[in-house]
Design a protein around this ligand. Structure first.
Ligand SMILES: [Zn+2]
Ligand SMILES: [Zn+2]
Length: 575
């Protein structure tokens, strides 16, 4: 029932757009939001019974954005409206202080400027003061947080407010810490926290108590007035994409919101996504390239290049990246000599913390053939790297436990989960191990994700530090992008690969599940790619569409859903 219903709203109730109200629907009391007046008034209407909350969940601006999201992702409007505000904690509404005066506060004195040394930097700052439009920013490694702060300052100087979106809440990204130091009480952090804190923060933002909203993806809907900037930090990070359907991405929602209110969208990243690289935005980057020197060497026996082993004794602070956890993987069963595989699911068996478990389903490792529990181990992984690096390094070598930078006199060994926005690091050495594994990551965006992680790790090296990448495929465009610190040519190649796979960058991808009426409905929509399969009696369609076809596709799906022929639609599924 993805459509609005008409009720009689008495003006004494004092409700308006976004108000949560109680009314009778098919005989039972239910809750819903007011979307606004209608000219299409039926002869008989039931009354709205009462207002549940005095605080509207959204205004006209956010309602328009929700309508855009519902159309773009072919999602029920009610599902999107539910995302605009955090779950309500009624008692917090009584505790709301008197509204702030609503004006944007004065701007703190500038810190050392970043954008003076950037191409298009002055254009970005001028637009932030009074204009609108989209930019990509590729900061130099040590400028990541400072660039965000300078952009926010320019936005505030123009009398407008800013939203800064970060992909993860804990540990607090260095960008968040820096913004809090710089802008103090004018910053509201809308990320993590318990239910009460989240709702209280949301109410405060709504009252105009903050000029800078820093948060994870729900903050893209923060109820901010006079919005001038949406800054997306680490734009290519998967944390910016919603995990539940509709799987919205802050890049697209942010773009729509900025366009709707005449604000500026900035997609910032050391390694942009293929999508942002193809978006035709103004590009802001350092005039002179600042990137450490990167050496690419063959991995050597057991993934230990001689160059890396020779470098380690001199290292005071370093980071070794490996995509593998644990000590190694099971190769063959010691009892029956069968190739090792999980007895439950057939997955790879990994030795970590002294125990063998399935890397996929986590059950204790048993031979798929004879049920035995003893395996010959192929060594490789963070635990093993710690072991061999300890034997040659001059300082302690360890896994960090939680994401952090190495202390003075320490080498850390970690994986993708450890590579975070932790601020300028200035390391003597960054090693990237098992790069060839990253190049084989499955999925359309697998290689891009590997490259982004490597670039974020390499950015931890001091300008005069060393970077050693162990890879056989030294001429691969991803490895070459890592050497240059610039993913432009890699993206050119990826665009070709994605187009050849039938899912070009910038196309809209949908997966629809329905009954045997679905294929004919889908066939009527002009598609770049259309794959139809049958699975357990249901029909599954995978489509790539030109963006101009989304509305027609959405209308067809809503009609089919109303006729009972559609189970679900997912926009932008993982491929
Ligand atoms: Zn398993
Ligand atoms: Zn066996």
């Amino acid at each position: 029932m993805d459509r609005p219903f008409t009720y009689d709203l008495a003006s004494e109730l004092g409700a308006g757009v976004g108000s949560l109200v109680r009314f009778r629907f098919h005989g039972s009391l239910t809750k819903g939001w007011i979307l606004g007046p209608t000219d299409d008034v039926p002869p008989r209407m039931l009354p709205v019974q009462r207002v549940v909350s005095a605080v509207p969940a959204f205004d006209e601006e956010l309602l328009a954005l929700a309508r855009w999201v519902a159309a773009r992702y072919v999602a029920p409007l009610a599902t999107v409206l539910d995302r605009l505000s955090p779950p309500r904690v009624a008692s917090e509404e009584d505790a709301v202080p008197a509204a702030a005066d609503g004006a944007v506060g004065s701007t703190p004195p500038p810190a050392s400027p970043v954008f003076t040394a950037y191409r298009e930097g002055q254009a970005l700052l001028a637009t932030l003061r009074s204009g609108s439009g989209g930019f990509t920013v590729r900061p130099a490694p040590d400028d990541e947080g400072a660039a965000a702060a300078e952009a926010v300052a320019a936005c505030l100087a123009g009398g407008r407010r800013a939203i800064v979106l970060v992909p993860e809440a804990t540990p607090a990204p260095a960008t968040v810490t820096l913004l809090r130091e710089r802008f103090g009480p004018r910053v509201a952090v809308f990320a993590g926290g318990d239910r009460r804190t989240r709702y209280r923060t949301w109410l405060a933002i709504r009252d105009g108590a903050a000029d800078v909203i820093v948060g994870t993806r729900p903050a893209v809907y923060a109820p901010v007035k006079d919005l001038g900037l949406i800054w997306v930090a680490r734009e290519s990070h998967p944390g910016h994409r919603e995990e539940r359907s509709p799987m919205t991405h802050v890049r697209d929602v942010g773009m729509a919101r900025a366009r709707g209110v005449g604000a500026v969208l900035v997609l910032a990243s050391l390694c942009p996504s293929a999508e942002s690289a193809a978006m035709d935005l103004r590009h802001v980057a350092p005039v002179s390239r600042r990137w450490p020197k990167v050496e690419v060497v063959p991995p050597g026996p057991e993934g230990r290049a001689r160059r890396l082993v020779q470098a380690l004794p001199e290292v005071r602070r370093g980071f070794l990246f490996t995509p593998l956890r644990g000590y190694g993987t099971a190769a063959v069963c010691r009892s029956c000599r069968a190739p090792a595989a999980c007895a439950s699911c057939g997955g790879v068996l990994r030795l970590a913390d002294g125990a063998i478990r399935c890397a996929v389903c986590e059950t204790p490792g048993r031979c798929r053939v004879c049920g035995g529990g003893s395996f010959a181990i192929r060594r490789g992984g963070a635990e093993r790297v710690v072991e061999w690096a300890r034997a040659v390094a001059g300082v302690p070598v360890r896994e960090p436990g939680r994401p952090r930078l190495p202390r003075a006199r320490e080498i850390l060994v970690g994986g993708a989960g450890d590579v975070r926005d932790l601020g300028p690091a200035g390391l003597d050495l960054v090693g990237v191990l098992d790069a060839d594994l990253g190049l084989r990551r499955p999925g359309l965006a697998g290689r891009e994700r590997a490259l982004a992680t490597w670039m974020e790790a390499v950015a931890w090296a001091a300008p005069a530090g060393r970077v050693i990448v162990q890879a056989e495929a030294s001429s691969d465009p991803a490895i070459q992008a890592l050497v240059r610190g610039d993913a432009a040519r890699f993206h050119e190649r990826e665009r070709t690969v994605r187009a050849a796979a039938g899912f070009p960058v910038g196309s809209a991808v949908f997966r629809a599940v329905g009954d045997d009426r679905l294929p004919a409905v889908v066939a009527a929509i002009p598609a770049i790619t259309s794959l139809v399969t049958t699975l357990e009696g249901r029909t599954v369609c995978l489509l790539a569409l030109e963006p101009g076809q989304i509305d027609a596709f959405g209308a067809a799906m809503r009609t089919l859903a109303a006729a009972g022929g559609l189970e679900r639609v997912d926009a932008e599924p993982h491929l």
